[in-house]
Structures are given as structure tokens and as C-alpha cells.
Design a protein around this ligand. Structure first.
Ligand SMILES: [Zn+2]
Length: 298
């Protein structure tokens, strides 16, 4: 449940100075002395530029340098408001919507959204315990085609103009499961399994569907397989065998990409996937705006 209201947002960030101060604090907040002369006096703000300066040696710091706000001519308040809108929109914010809200050009809105996605930093640490694995197919030009209809004569799960994505979900008893997800060039056993070995701790219980690319993982994992469409479940482990957590995640991603974003080029797909992983993993956060702005400190 979001508790970070627009009222709170406007109180905290009334102007560009407040935004710059926030960026400065996030990136240089732990700086105890001037990196150049060692003075422990606080830096002062140079009002005419996006700049802070050492009182002793006049060494200057530009906090937006190297961030997603680097060299932007768009006011920082616009950026912060865009981040606010991004975090309160449930299924994603489109460039058209942002263009309308800010009164900027479509090109600027599109670029801002790309930069905001680049700001996202997700927890991609090793997963362990009870894990769901599932692949999905996103994008493609033929929007009118049934979303899961296979392309004729294609082998296995190949979908002509869609991009394969692979997700891993770590279940949690408190219900705050975590997801990581990656675009892949294919869903062959070698490709999928190398991601599993890299991201899932050995000995974990993995839940998959019957896709044969998962065959053999039972050497290093407890492997539970659920058979879609048949309704019966084979149990090799104590935990319930299903991949519903990830299936829900993928349906949100597909709904958003088909609904708000309309079209996603394969090049940007990983950035979108990162966005939905972020939304999912922070879904119970009271202040998603701060979760995202805090990514500046990483
Ligand atoms: Zn100094």
C-alpha cells in the first residue's frame, strides 16, 4: 500500500534545489571530508550551477555527473515528478502519459523513462530454498495473434518474433517472494540451466513445468515438476509444486507491455523486465518512490 502521496512529494521536492540536495545526499551523504584537501567542513551549494564546493580548497562536486540526470536540461523537479508517476502507476507509465503530464516532447518523455529504468537496481543475489522457474515470450509485432499461439513449424517453444525471458522466483514464508528475470537468446537446456546454476544455490527445491530443458537439474536440486493441462502433480519434494507465482508475474508483464507500452523493441526488453522485477519486488513497499530514488546511492 503506497503511503507516499503527492502531497508528501510536493512538500519534499518543491523546487530543483530540493531535488539536487537529495541527489547530493544520496551519493555523497557518507563523505566525511573533502576528497581533495581533507577539510571536514561541509561543502556549500553554488547556486548558479548544479554544484557543491569545498569551503577550504574550492574543490567542486557536481552530484548529477554520471547519474541518469547527467547533462539534462530538463528541470530536476520534472525528473522527480516523472519518478513519482512511474512508481504510483500500477502497470507502468507510457511516454505518451508522461508527455501529457509534463508538457514535454514525446522524445524527451521517452528518453526520461529509459533513464528512469536505467536507474533501477534490483536485488539479484543468489536464491535459495523453494524456487519457481518459468519462461515466457514477450513482444513481437503481430499483436493481434493469440498471445500463446505457437508459430507453425517452429520447434519446441520457439515463437517467431517474440523474445524469450526467463524468471526465477524465491518463495518466502511471509509472502514477500522475490523475482529475478533475464532476456535470453533461446530456451535451450544449456542456456536455461547455466542461469539456474549461476543464480540458484545447490540443494534448493526447484519447481518447473514439464519443459524438457529442465531435465537433469535433479542432479543438483530437488526437482518438482507440474504438468500443465493435465491437472496431476508429481511430487518429489515436500513443498507444493506449482509455478503460479511466476505465472502471475508474467501475466502482469504481458498485460502492461501490451496495454501501456504497446511496443517494446528486443533491445530495450531487459530494461522493461528490470522495471517489472522492481515493481514486483517492491510491491508491498509503502514508499516505492523512495525505493527508486534510493537506487542513486548504488
Ligand atoms: Zn577541499
Amino acid at each position: 500500500m503506497n503511503k507516499y502521496t503527492i502531497k508528501k512529494f510536493q512538500e519534499e521536492y518543491p523546487d530543483d534545489d530540493a531535488c539536487l540536495d537529495k541527489i547530493y545526499k544520496l551519493i555523497y551523504g557518507n563523505m566525511t571530508e573533502c576528497p581533495k584537501c581533507g577539510s571536514i567542513k561541509e561543502f556549500i551549494r553554488i547556486k548558479t550551477r548544479r554544484c557543491y564546493q569545498c569551503r577550504a580548497c574550492y574543490h567542486q562536486i557536481y552530484p548529477t555527473a554520471g547519474t541518469v540526470f547527467h547533462r539534462t536540461t530538463t528541470p530536476l523537479t520534472y525528473w522527480f515528478f516523472a519518478i513519482f508517476l512511474f512508481t504510483v502507476s500500477k502497470n507502468g507509465l507510457s511516454a505518451c502519459e508522461l508527455q501529457r503530464h509534463l508538457g514535454v516532447t514525446y522524445k524527451t518523455a521517452f528518453r526520461m523513462l529509459k533513464q528512469i529504468r536505467m536507474l533501477i537496481s534490483n536485488d539479484e543475489s543468489i536464491m535459495k530454498g523453494v524456487i519457481e522457474l518459468d519462461e515466457a515470450y514477450i513482444g513481437g509485432k503481430n499483436k493481434n495473434r493469440h498471445k500463446d499461439k505457437k508459430v507453425k513449424n517452429a520447434q519446441g517453444r520457439a515463437y517467431k518474433d517474440k523474445s524469450p525471458v526467463f524468471g526465477i522466483l524465491e518463495r518466502s514464508e511471509g509472502g514477500s517472494s522475490r523475482v529475478i528475470a533475464y532476456t535470453l537468446r533461446d530456451v535451450k537446456a544449456q542456456t536455461l540451466q547455466s542461469v539456474v546454476y549461476e543464480k540458484v544455490a545447490p540443494g534448493s527445491a526447484i519447481m518447473t513445468d514439464e519443459w524438457n530443458a529442465y531435465t537433469g537439474l535433479n542432479k543438483d536440486y530437488e526437482h518438482g515438476i507440474c504438468f500443465h493441462g493435465r491437472g496431476n502433480y508429481v511430487s518429489g519434494v515436500n513443498s507444493e509444486i506449482y509455478t503460479n507465482g511466476l505465472e502471475n508475474f508474467w501475466s502482469t508483464v504481458k498485460r502492461s507491455i501490451n496495454g501501456s507500452y504497446v511496443r517494446v523493441s528486443p533491445k530495450y526488453l531487459q530494461l522493461y523486465i528490470n522495471e517489472f522485477v522492481f515493481r514486483y519486488n517492491n510491491r508491498k513497499s509503502a514508499e516505492m518512490f523512495n525505493d527508486l530514488i534510493n537506487c542513486l546511492a548504488f
